[in-house]
Design a protein around this ligand. Structure first.
Ligand code: BTN
Length: 243
C-alpha cells in the first residue's frame, strides 16, 4: 500500500480524524499522526493519555475480506509493532499480552484500538488501527503500569524514526496476510506473546467472568481458556460499528 502521512501538532484523537478522512474517501495507507492528543481514546472507553514524546497514529485500511476476519488486523498490528520495536531497540523483551497490549518487562509500552465500518452491503468500508506507543515520554507522565521505550533502553530515537520502521513492517505483514491469510500472523503472534500457557482471569467491565489457563488462540484472535475443572471457553474481541 502507498503510505500517505498526514501530520498534526495536536488532535483530539487520531482515530477520530482517521474516521473523518476514511468517510471522506481517503485511500488505504493514509496514516494520521499527531504529536499529542487531547482526547486520546483507549479500549473500553478509557482515556488514553497522549502527551508530547509519544507516538500517536492511526492507519486507514480497506481490506477486501470477509468482515468476520477483521479482528485479525488488530493481531497483525500487534505483531508488526512488536517486531519493529524488537528490531529497533535490539531486544526480545517486548511481548504481546492478549489481545494486543505490548509489554516490556511487564509494563505497557503500546496500546492498539481498532474500529471498522461496514458499507450498506455488509462489506468492509474501512478499518482503522490506532496505535499509541510510549517512545520518549517524560517519566513524570507515566503511571506505574507503563514504561517508556527510550528511557528503558537508554536510546534517543525520534517518533518519526520509530513510525517509519513500524509502517514498513506493517505494510510487509499486511501484504503477506492479504495474499496468504492468517496463518503467518497467528504463528508470529504465538512466538511473540506472553499469554499462552498462563493462568488468567477473564474480565468483562472489570468483573471476573472466568478463570483458567490460556491454552490456545484461534484464527479469529479469540483465546481458548481451560478452567480448573477442565471446562473450555473461548473469548473474542473486536469492536465493530454497523451503519
Ligand atoms: C488501549 O486501551 O490499550 C488502546 C490505546 C490506543 C491508543 C491509540 S493512540 C493513537 C490512537 N488514537 C486514539 O485516540 N487512540 C489510539
Amino acid at each position: 500500500m502507498k503510505i500517505q502521512l498526514k501530520q498534526f501538532d495536536v488532535l483530539q484523537s487520531t482515530n477520530v480524524t482517521a474516521v473523518a478522512f476514511a468517510k471522506d474517501g481517503a485511500p488505504e495507507g493514509t496514516v494520521i499522526v499527531a504529536e499529542r492528543q487531547n482526547g486520546g481514546r483507549g479500549r473500553r472507553n478509557r482515556v488514553w493519555d497522549s502527551p508530547l514524546g509519544g507516538l500517536w497514529f492511526t492507519v486507514i485500511l480497506r481490506p477486501h475480506i470477509d468482515p468476520q476476519y477483521v479482528a485479525q488486523v488488530t493481531l497483525l498490528a500487534g505483531v508488526a509493532v512488536a517486531q519493529a520495536l524488537r528490531q529497533i531497540y535490539q531486544t526480545d523483551e517486548i511481548t504481546i499480552k492478549w489481545p494486543n497490549d505490548l509489554l516490556l518487562r511487564g509494563k505497557k509500552v503500546c496500546g492498539i484500538l481498532s474500529e471498522m465500518q461496514l458499507d450498506e452491503n455488509g462489506a468492509i468500508d474501512y478499518a482503522i488501527v490506532g496505535i499509541g506507543i510510549n517512545v520518549a515520554l517524560n517519566p513524570e507522565d507515566l503511571k506505574g503500569i507503563a514504561a517508556s521505550l527510550n528511557a528503558s533502553f537508554n536510546k534517543n530515537y525520534t517518533c518519526g524514526y520509530v513510525l517509519d520502521n513500524i509502517l514498513r513492517e506493517f505494510d510487509f505483514l499486511y501484504q503477506q496476510w492479504l495474499i496468504k491469510g492468517a496463518n503467518i500472523v497467528i504463528s508470529l503472534w504465538k512466538k511473540l506473546n506472553c499469554t499462552l500457557g498462563k493462568q488468567v482471569l477473564v474480565k468483562d467491565n472489570d468483573e471476573v467472568i472466568f478463570s483458567g489457563e490460556v491454552i490456545s488462540i484461534d484464527e479469529t484472535g479469540a483465546i481458548i481458556v481451560r478452567s480448573k475443572e477442565g471446562e473450555l471457553q473461548s473469548f473474542d474481541f473486536g469492536e465493530i460499528s454497523i451503519r
